[in-house]
Every structure is written in structure tokens, then in C-alpha cells.
Design a protein around this ligand. Structure first.
Ligand code: SF4
Length: 350
């Protein structure tokens, strides 16, 4: 049995088999003093997912005990997340575990990547050391990644399989593990186990509340979200649901919100709704676009540029009316006090 692999990827069947071979069960994991390191690391996994949206990798010495603790920390973390039972936490935890896996997989041989893909029910093969995934799996796993480079038409196909670079393949698998974890949680945790875990549950709840209150209520004030053009509404919903927006999409959305009068703090609050929110990275990007970091305030791109970037999502009748060329004008038309069909609805001069 490869105990290092079992510890690095604790969601594998062989990880459960490793724990079983050491006579570890859920009861001893929660109650036995000898499994305290596994509980501590399990709590750490969840706290890291809240604070950093990524679970760190702990180098595993050649000791079966360390590896067993690492394996067991995973079911403990899952039970903790289940006990708190908060949708945002579940999504953020699933993302953090899958980001960890994706980073580790990038360093592995193709054969290891393929075998883990198969365990995640992804139809994958390698040809001349190149990784390939069946196009149906590719479509399922890439649908939430909005960058143009992920579109099937921009990919190379062979016998129904899509050729992928190592990092893109691992990125797609990240979505697969994220879906798997989300679909499996919450677990039904028995009452006595829940009681024994009460302290750790409180710890996690406190960290979650701290993170949520830090950023308060997202879009508010005078901004009328219901009047956003379809492109910005799609980008906003994507952001708040942890979809991977292309850089151009993030730029367009932040500059749009800033032009409507939102400051960096309000925009940060909006991004904080996303399960993959990373405070330090986001604040840098937001301040750069709003001019707080660079001194240059950017304005959102016009419709033709949005189209060329592939982020003119679901244009509606007003978009297709030909009366404007900029998403901001759409918003202004919609928020006029007399409505979009009022007396001053003459053609917009761009
Ligand atoms: S036409 Fe313009 S406003 Fe409408 S969805 Fe496209 S980019 Fe947005």
C-alpha cells in the first residue's frame, strides 16, 4: 500500500483502506487521545479553508503514524463542516481541498494523475505523455470556467478526447473533486460524536462569523442590481458563486461597480461572498482598478470590447436595440425615474 499517496489524497478509496488496516474507526478518531493530532489537523483544514481558501500541504515524513493522522484528519474535517452545516462553508471547504489536490497533482507523473482522475470518475487517458480527457467530462468540468481558452472549439480533439496540458488537466480535476465533496456533505453525524466535537465546532463557527462580518453586506447603497445589464449580472452572480471569471470579466465588473459609485471596501464585500475569496489577492486587484493603488481609475469596457473578450453574456432585447454601445448606458436607461419607455427615451448619443 502506498501510504504517502493515501495521505496526500485522503479522498481515495485506498486512504480509507489504509485507515481500516490500522483499525481506525470514527469512534476512536473522535474519542481516542492517540488520535488528537488527526483532530487538530482536521480542524486546521477547515480553518485554513475559511481564512485562506486553500488547505496547506504538510510534508509527510516516512512514518506510518504521521500519514495515518493526515488521512484521518480528512474525515474529521468533513464531520466538522457537516456539523456547522453552512452552505458557504461547505463550498469553500470543498474548493480548498480541491485546490490543494490540484497543486499536488501538477507535480505527479501522468500515470498517477490518470489513476486519480479515474477514481474521480473522469474518463482519462494519456498518449505520448500527453493527458487527455473524454470531451463529455471536459464539457462538464470546464463549463464554469469562463475563459475563452477553455472553450471546446479552442481545444485539440483526438477520438473524442481533449488534449490538455498538465496544469489544465489538474485544474479540471479540481472541479471534479469540488463537486464530489459538495455532493457528499453534509454527513449525518451522530449526536454523541457531535457533542464530543463541540469545542471544535465552536472554533469553526467563530472563524466563519468573523470572516462574514468583516465584509458585511455586499451590494447595497444606491446601486440597483436589478438594472444591471445581463453581462454584469452574469459576472456578479458568477463571482458570488465562486465561478472562475476570466481576468477581463473581473476587470469589467470591478470598474463597472466603481463607476457606479462603490468604493473598494464595498466591492471587496461583494467578492467576499465567493467561496474562493482570497482577501490579499482581491484587495490588490480591486485597488489597482479603482485607482487607489495606481492613481489611474479605469472605466469599464464598451460593448464591442466586451464582445471581443467573450464576456457579453446573454444580451437581451434592450442590448439588441442598437440604442447604446456601453454597459453603463444600459444601466442609466434602466434606472431613469421615468423608466426605459419614458418621454426622454430618445436614442442615446454615445
Ligand atoms: S450588449 Fe453590452 S450591455 Fe448588453 S450584455 Fe453585451 S456587453 Fe453587456
Amino acid at each position: 500500500m502506498d501510504t504517502l499517496r493515501a495521505a496526500k489524497y485522503p479522498f481515495l478509496e485506498e486512504s480509507a483502506a489504509f485507515a481500516e488496516s490500522q483499525s481506525a474507526d470514527v469512534f476512536s478518531l473522535v474519542f481516542s487521545p492517540s488520535y488528537a493530532p488527526a483532530r487538530k489537523r482536521g480542524r486546521g483544514r477547515v480553518l485554513e479553508s475559511i481564512r485562506r481558501s486553500e488547505v496547506s500541504y504538510v510534508p509527510l515524513a516516512n512514518f506510518a503514524y504521521d500519514r495515518l493522522m493526515e488521512v484521518l484528519s480528512y474525515p474529521y474535517a468533513r464531520m466538522l463542516v457537516s456539523c456547522v452545516n453552512d452552505r458557504f462553508l461547505t463550498k469553500r471547504y470543498a474548493l480548498a481541498e480541491s485546490v490543494r489536490m490540484s497543486g499536488l497533482l501538477e507535480e505527479e507523473r501522468a500515470s498517477t494523475v490518470i489513476s486519480i482522475a479515474k477514481e474521480l470518475k473522469v474518463d482519462a487517458v494519456s498518449k505520448d505523455d500527453m493527458l487527455m480527457m473524454h470531451f463529455t467530462d471536459y464539457l462538464r468540468l470546464s463549463s464554469r470556467i469562463k475563459s475563452v481558452e477553455w472553450k471546446l472549439v479552442n481545444s485539440e480533439l483526438f477520438n473524442g478526447n481533449v488534449f490538455l496540458s498538465n496544469d489544465k488537466f489538474c485544474r479540471a480535476l479540481q472541479n471534479s473533486l469540488q463537486d464530489k465533496i459538495e455532493s457528499e456533505l453534509p454527513l449525518d453525524v451522530p449526536k454523541d460524536i457531535k457533542e464530543e466535537m463541540a469545542n471544535d465546532i465552536k472554533f469553526v463557527e467563530a472563524a466563519l462569523i468573523e470572516m462574514k462580518t468583516k465584509f458585511g453586506d455586499p451590494v447595497g447603497g444606491d446601486v440597483a442590481v436589478e438594472s444591471f445589464p445581463p453581462c454584469m449580472r452574469t459576472l456578479l452572480i458568477g463571482t458570488q458563486n465562486g465561478l472562475n471569471l476570466p481576468h477581463s470579466g473581473r476587470f469589467a465588473l470591478v470598474s463597472f461597480l466603481h463607476t457606479l459609485g462603490m468604493d473598494s471596501e464595498q466591492i471587496m464585500a461583494m467578492f467576499a461572498k465567493s467561496p474562493d475569496f482570497d482577501e490579499s489577492k482581491t484587495i490588490y486587484q480591486v485597488k489597482h482598478i479603482t485607482g487607489e493603488g495606481s492613481g489611474t481609475e479605469y472605466t469599464p469596457p464598451e460593448c464591442s470590447t466586451m464582445k471581443s473578450y467573450g464576456i457579453c453574456y446573454e444580451p437581451d432585447d434592450l442590448c439588441n436595440s442598437g440604442r447604446f454601445a456601453h454597459p453603463l448606458t444600459y444601466y442609466r436607461i434602466k434606472t431613469r425615474p421615468y423608466g426605459r419607455d419614458g418621454p426622454k427615451e430618445e436614442k442615446e448619443k454615445e
